[in-house]
Ligand binder design. Structure first.
Ligand SMILES: [Zn+2]
Length: 158
C-alpha cells in the first residue's frame, strides 16, 4: 500500500467535497479517502452522500502529516484515536501471521482502549514491542504447517 503525503492546502477553503471530488482534488484514490474516514476524517453530519468540509479536511491532513514525521518509538503502536503512539494495554499484543514472514500486530491502546494495528515482519516484533507479551496467531495453514508457537519477547523483564 502506498501512502503518499498530500498537501492540505490543495483543498480550497469554504467548500465541501464529496469522496470523489476530494480524491480528484488531492490526486489520491477514492479508497484512500475512505481510509481517512476510517482514521477519523469526519463527514458533515446528516448529509448523504458524504460531504467533507474543507476546514475539517485540512485539519485532518495536517495532523496526519505531522504524525508521519514521528515514527512510533519501540514499545508503542500508532493509535488513530489518540493520534499518537501508545503502548499496548497491559503490555499485551497479538501477532496475526499472514504467512511465514509477515503479519499484523494487534493491540489495545492503553489510553483509550481502541484497537491498534500495525503490519510487521515477524522477525521485527521484538524490536517493535520489546518487553511485551506478543501472542503469535498463525494464519490458517495446510496440514504440513507447524503448530502455533508463542513468542515471549519480555527480554528485559519489564
Ligand atoms: Zn488511543
Amino acid at each position: 500500500m502506498k501512502n503518499k503525503r498530500v498537501n492540505p492546502h490543495a483543498v480550497k477553503l469554504h467548500r465541501a467535497y464529496s469522496v470523489g471530488e476530494l480524491a480528484a482534488r488531492l490526486g489520491v484514490h477514492k479508497n484512500t479517502v475512505r481510509q481517512w474516514r476510517r482514521e477519523g476524517l469526519k463527514p458533515i453530519a446528516g448529509v448523504r452522500p458524504s460531504l467533507f468540509d474543507s476546514a475539517t479536511i485540512r485539519a485532518f491532513l495536517a495532523q496526519r502529516n505531522a504524525n508521519r514525521k514521528q515514527p512510533c518509538p519501540p514499545g508503542t503502536l500508532y493509535c488513530f484515536r489518540c493520534r499518537a503512539p501508545r503502548p499496548p494495554a497491559l503490555g499485551m499484543a497479538d501477532f496475526i501471521a499472514s504467512n511465514a514472514t509477515v503479519g499484523n500486530i494487534r493491540a489495545i491502546c492503553a489510553t483509550c482502549e481502541t484497537m491498534m494495528h500495525r503490519k510487521a515482519r515477524r522477525a521485527a516484533i521484538p524490536t517493535i514491542l520489546p518487553s511485551c507479551d506478543v501472542q503469535i496467531m498463525e494464519a490458517p495453514q495446510r496440514l504440513n504447517g507447524r503448530s502455533p508457537p508463542t513468542l515471549n519477547c519480555d527480554i528485559e523483564g519489564a
